[in-house]
Design a protein around this ligand. Structure first.
Ligand SMILES: [Zn+2]
Length: 492
């Protein structure tokens, strides 16, 4: 285990953890949101972030502070915590973003790490190379070498109690992301931002984002705290947490407010288009949309930023509760319905079901089948694998109807879409206690048929009869030839 990060609860790839930040003398519960504070303009003051919103950690940019004579001197004299007036943990960025925007910056990793330590940062960042999506493999690999050199410099630097992050780059090349994750994991650095994903999110490429995160996670291993760098829209938090991200930073709350944009967990609305507020925070209950529109610019911006933060922190709490209750994937399914690109992200997450299955708890509250994507959840995969280990009698009836006559067989097992067959002894165990709709869909039937096929293929000598009810021909085509078929609908 990494000393600074302890995992308390897990659901799918998501976890509730405790990040110990020794220099701040505090622990931060994850998943956590780090509001981004621009030291030159605070839309919501850091003190208010702590007192009113419960922020335990924020992030600001040491490069901006370093580049401003007045700020730099005040940060050196007072320290960052007094300068910002924030009692929690403070993470600092290094100027990598400016490097990616403007092509060059005027500090080295050594200098900016020393500066971050000097001004009292609790979690520092080296100057990595944020390689954008879709660049050539050679460029991504060569940038990655530079990033890895910087991580080694950071490892060798005298950073005291300050935690140091180890960004994981590699553009949209999964093998490079995985290699980068593995290299970062091998350092003694502490927090692992998956970098340069903002262009993916700006283009609604949640599918590619999930592939990038999954690859980084394969390299990093299970116990590394992962920061999805630049991800601040609450709509995608549940998806990203389920993929294994622990930390998010939000500049979105302030940037969107500046453009009169109102965040919701189902997407962004423009204040001009709202007749009613779908929210019960103080901002949304004190005023109507038209009253908010009538406010002077700076006041309206500040109020919108406060709403945006409320909705963002509420989603983080909702996600934690879902992890605790074991229904994070049900929450992801709900969020996936808010935008087709989110659905692509969820479907891509399920491409990695085998990776999620490794951390997913064996038992949870209750599996809810709420969309045909549910048929691809890690629990279904795990049940199919479990079928390989079950002993099967010489003659076995598999039936979708628990009251079907089973005379003449050694045993009768239920077949429940989407899981497939299981012996009676397992019927009270997770996930077979699932709540499923009466009107079964094709994906669930296909998954159940695949379970039957797996059982039969593992036990080729058993005589198996499948009693189904009106299964379509192309679902039955997934059942191996030797299985006797009975359609209960014909017998009624
Ligand atoms: Zn609100």
């Amino acid at each position: 285990m990494r000393e600074s990060f302890e995992i308390r609860d897990i659901d799918a790839g998501g976890r509730i953890g405790e990040l110990t930040v020794p220099r701040a003398g505090t622990t931060v519960e994850t998943p956590a949101l780090l509001p981004v504070i621009n030291p030159n303009l605070d839309t919501i003051s850091p003190r208010r972030l702590a007192d009113e919103f419960g922020a335990e950690i924020l992030i600001t940019n040491s490069y901006i502070i370093h580049g401003d004579d007045d700020l730099r001197e005040r940060a050196r004299e007072q320290g960052l915590h007094d300068l910002l007036d924030f009692p929690g943990a403070i993470m600092t960025d290094s100027g990598s973003f400016q490097l990616s925007e403007y092509g060059s910056i005027d500090v080295t990793t050594e200098e900016i790490l020393a500066f971050q330590r000097e001004i009292g940062s609790d979690i520092a960042t080296p100057v990595d190379i944020p390689t954008p999506p879709d660049v050539s493999y050679d460029r991504a690999a060569s940038d990655l070498e530079t990033t890895q050199d910087r991580l080694e410099i950071a490892e060798g630097a005298d950073t005291g109690e300050m935690l140091v992050s180890a960004p994981v780059q590699g553009s949209t090349h999964p093998d490079l992301r995985e290699r980068a994750g593995h290299h970062a994991e091998e350092t003694d650095l502490d927090v692992f931002p998956v970098g340069a994903v903002v262009p993916l999110m700006n283009d609604y490429r949640y599918d590619d984002m999930i592939d990038v995160v999954a690859a980084a996670k394969r390299g990093l291993g299970a116990d590394a705290p992962v920061h999805l760098f630049g991800a601040g829209h609450p709509m995608m938090f549940a998806l990203a947490v389920a993929a294994g991200c622990d930390l998010f930073d939000s500049a979105a709350y302030a940037l969107y407010a500046r453009d009169d944009r109102y965040l919701t967990v189902r997407g962004t609305r423009h204040l001009a288009d709202l007749d009613y507020f779908p929210c019960s925070c103080a901002v949304c209950t004190d005023r109507s949309p038209s009253e908010l529109r009538a406010l002077p610019d700076d006041e309206r911006e500040s109020e919108l930023a406060a709403h945006n933060l409320h909705v963002t922190f509420a989603e983080i709490r909702r996600i934690k509760q879902a992890i605790r209750a074991g229904n994070l994937l049900e929450l992801v399914e709900q969020r996936a319905r808010s935008h087709p690109a989110m659905l692509d992200g969820y479907r891509t997450l399920l491409d990695h079901a085998a990776q999620l299955e490794r951390s997913d708890p064996v038992s949870k509250g209750s599996f809810f089948y709420t969309s045909h994507e549910s048929a691809r959840r890690p629990e279904v995969l795990r049940h199919h694998r479990r079928l390989d280990r079950l002993s099967v009698p010489d003659s076995l009836l598999l039936t979708v109807d628990r009251s079907a006559p089973d005379a003449g067989y050694d045993d009768a097992w239920r077949v429940q879409p989407p899981f497939g067959p299981f012996p009676r002894a397992l019927s009270k165990t997770y996930p077979l206690t699932a709540e499923t709709p009466e009107r079964t869909d094709r994906a669930a039937l296909e998954a159940a048929a695949d379970g039957v096929a797996r059982l039969v293929e593992t036990n080729p000598d058993a005589g198996v009869t499948l009693a189904h009810r009106d299964w379509p021909a192309d679902v039955l085509a997934r059942i191996p030839d030797g299985v006797a078929l009975v359609d209960l609908a014909d017998e009624a």
